[in-house]
Design a protein around this ligand. Sequence first.
Ligand code: NAD
Length: 482
Amino acid sequence: MKKNLPVLFVIFGGSGDLAHRKLYPALFNLFRKGALQENFAVVGTARRPWSDDYFQETVQQAIVENVNAVDRDLVDQFSRHFFYQSHDVTDENHYIELNNKIEQLESQFKTQGNRTFYLAMSPQFFGTISQHLKAQNLVTDTGYNRLVVEKPFGHDLESAKVLNQQIGDSFAEKDVYRIDHYLGKQMIQNIMYLRLTNPLFDSIWDSEHIQNVQVTLAESLGVENRGGYYETAGALRDMVQNHIFQIASQVAMKKPVSLTSTDIHQAKQEVLNSIQMYDADDVNRFFVRGQYAGNDSENSYREEEQVSPESTVETFVAGKLLFKAGPLQNVPFYIRTGKKLAQKTTRVDLVLKSSHDLFEQNQDNVISIEIDPENKLTVTLNGKQLSQTDLSSLQMKFAYTKDEVAQIPDAYEKLFYDFLIGDRTNFVHWHEVKTTWDFIDRIEKTWQEDAQPPFAYQNGSMGPNEVSRIFEGTTDSWVFKG
Ligand code: NAD
């Protein structure tokens, strides 16, 4: 790990939930490990009129509440790098005041002109902020100027294009870091290591050997207090456009020419470009949406706070993707995600084709990569029952130990370090955003024109029964049954 990286952060939305729960703890861990030392400072901005002292207290509290085993002196020391600027993102004069504060802190903390602007607030302001940053000269010629953008990046292809144009007027693509925090998860990063360094996997990672791939992002919680946001999004926009496509493309891409960020993005983009786009008939055949129906003790989605009692927003989606290029050309990718499902899990299952016809029984060979909450690799094999002649299913498991898992840096810590050293590998390129919105928009359009609401499903199930429709014409089925 590089030490004492000089940088000044401006966090827009510095009083918000994400900043306190994720961003300040990530920065603290980097401070504790020495990547950040004396030459860093943070300006938190939001509308509220907070003092520096009060802001530092909230930062300290965020660390104590969200980081294990903290040394209070270190927390105090850390929080003295934090400053607050009351700021309305739509008021240009406020950017001039903000710049004055930044310049003063740059000289105090000797941050070498390196500026990172982090947009941790409502996406409706992303374009305005980046335009003001340029117009009011906060983007300078000294050091680097990086922009970190939280999801969602747009609401559909059109809005994403407008946003990208606005950002592009102020920042070059190479300086834009679009966050998909799933890319900071260790087991997602491990997919590439596992497949490319083991002949055991590398040699079968193709359409000749793989029958289908299954990507599951299941949550056991409902929408909690995010009903208002969810009503504008739904499972397809909230999870498929970003997280699921990012995982699927890492599995489906060809071997990159090298491990540079450019070559990895190139490989991902090639496979995403090859995705089979669906017309309305295909959408109805290959995609199924659902909504949780509640029970005696739990709300239905429509009974949640800030949710319309007639809402047709989907809390579950399952579908089939086909890539027309890459090693897994034409291999079905079955994807699903939803809330109030049987169990919280993020996992990828690769089901292998049967390689023999000598034995009567045959279990599928499956490679299962569990990402969250487990960090586990399981290979399901066929073998002989000891003392019998029957074929039986055997499991070969590798799980990281509890101690190893406890040492795993949070996804945000990993991503913060990456953008501090200018590594864009685990961030989303504009081309990826564009292609995935194009795909998603076609599904949304079909659903909007469809009179039928999402299928109801039981809380605690794995989605509506109608999901089996996506397997039509095959013998495939879900590996993980909940
Ligand atoms: P939040 O509502 O808690 O915080 C929003 C912040 O923006 C606050 O600091 C608020 O004061 C500030 N703000 C609002 N209007 C402003 C204005 N006109 N001028 C200046 N400041 C203004 O929101 P959050 O949960 O922290 O989420 C922030 C972003 O991160 C959103 O884009 C969200 O989609 C994304 N995100 C959040 C989470 C999460 O777990 N909270 C997870 C993933 C992505």
